[in-house]
Design a protein around this ligand. Structure first.
Ligand SMILES: NC(=O)c1ccc[n+]([C@@H]2O[C@H](COP(=O)([O-])OP(=O)(O)OC[C@H]3O[C@@H](n4cnc5c(N)ncnc54)[C@H](OP(=O)(O)O)[C@@H]3O)[C@@H](O)[C@H]2O)c1
Length: 250
């Protein structure tokens, strides 16, 4: 017998312990989403899960390295087995290293491609049948894939060639999902911010103080508004830039 999907919306969030992922999880839990959350550090995941459960939602924790294919597959399969529904797939796990192209070798390039685009592709590949089924049952909202990309995937930034290339691929993946699956209610958005005040951007504090950066809360607000759109509307890309005279720069 096919199990009945839960009546509450369900989300899967990678990078759930990071500045952006955690802010998104808090809002998803606040609006009654049951969740699968993942990242590598099990202790930090447990802390995040405890905070989310205060909203009376179910939180499933998967400690996983997005650079390891078996881990990524385990996350997808565990979600399908636990929930039978997926309204929002939020791809927030990401890594970046900076340096001119001639100093960033293939090992660093491959790591960024593995975490920033191979793992998202794998999750979409594995979870698309469930997302199509969810969208068929909720024709108004459909199901959303929201990939936290980067402004460097849209506009060139010196020193971030490998990172920008991986994020540009993520944007292309979202566009392809839209042409393949949006008629069936599964839509995708690449959210592409400049520097957001999280641990990841601490290395540029000498140039850009944290109070001048985009807030993780603002990114999460935009992600939540995407989750509320009807299935007829597609937002392929959302560029978010810092205030000041450096529009479209990271
Ligand atoms: N902060 C910015 O300025 C900025 C700007 C544009 C786009 N972004 C993008 O926004 C997303 C979130 O970044 P953030 O700013 O929130 O960074 P963050 O605070 O450093 O968080 C990164 C998250 O990704 C997880 N992660 C990193 N490597 C992983 C791996 N190999 N496997 C599984 N999980 C991994 C981390 O958890 P574990 O370490 O425990 O695995 C953490 O949960 C990333 O995709 C990033 O590229 C950030």
């Amino acid at each position: 017998m096919t199990p009945t999907p839960p009546s509450r919306p369900v989300a899967l969030v990678t990078g759930a312990t990071g500045g952006i992922g955690r802010a998104i999880c808090q809002r998803l839990a606040h609006t009654g989403h049951d969740l699968t959350i993942c990242a590598r550090n099990a202790e930090r995941l447990a802390e995040v899960a405890d905070a989310l459960r205060r909203h009376d939602v179910q939180v499933r924790v998967e400690s996983a390295d997005m650079a390891v294919e078996a881990d990524v597959l385990r996350v997808a399969h565990a979600h399908v087995a636990a929930y039978h529904r997926l309204d929002a797939l939020v791809l927030a796990a990401g890594v970046g290293t900076a340096g001119p192209i001639e100093t960033v070798g293939l090992r660093r390039f491959d790591k960024q491609v593995a975490v920033n685009v191979r793992a998202p592709y794998t999750l979409v590949h594995e979870l698309m049948p469930l997302m199509r089924a969810t969208a068929a049952q909720d024709a108004r909202n459909g199901a959303k894939i929201i990939a936290i990309s980067s402004i460097t995937g849209v506009y060139a930034e010196p020193g971030l060639a490998a990172y920008g290339a991986s994020k540009a691929a993520l944007g292309a993946l979202c566009r392809s999902i839209n042409v393949e699956a949006s008629d069936a209610g599964v839509t995708a958005t690449a959210v592409s911010p400049g520097y957001v005040d999280t641990d990841m951007s601490a290395w540029v504090h000498n140039r850009i103080p944290p109070e001048k950066m985009i807030t993780a809360g603002d990114v999460a607000e935009l992600v939540m508004s995407l989750t509320r759109l009807s299935a007829q509307t597609v937002v392929p890309e959302l560029v978010i830039t810092r205030a000041g005279d450096q529009l479209y720069r990271a």
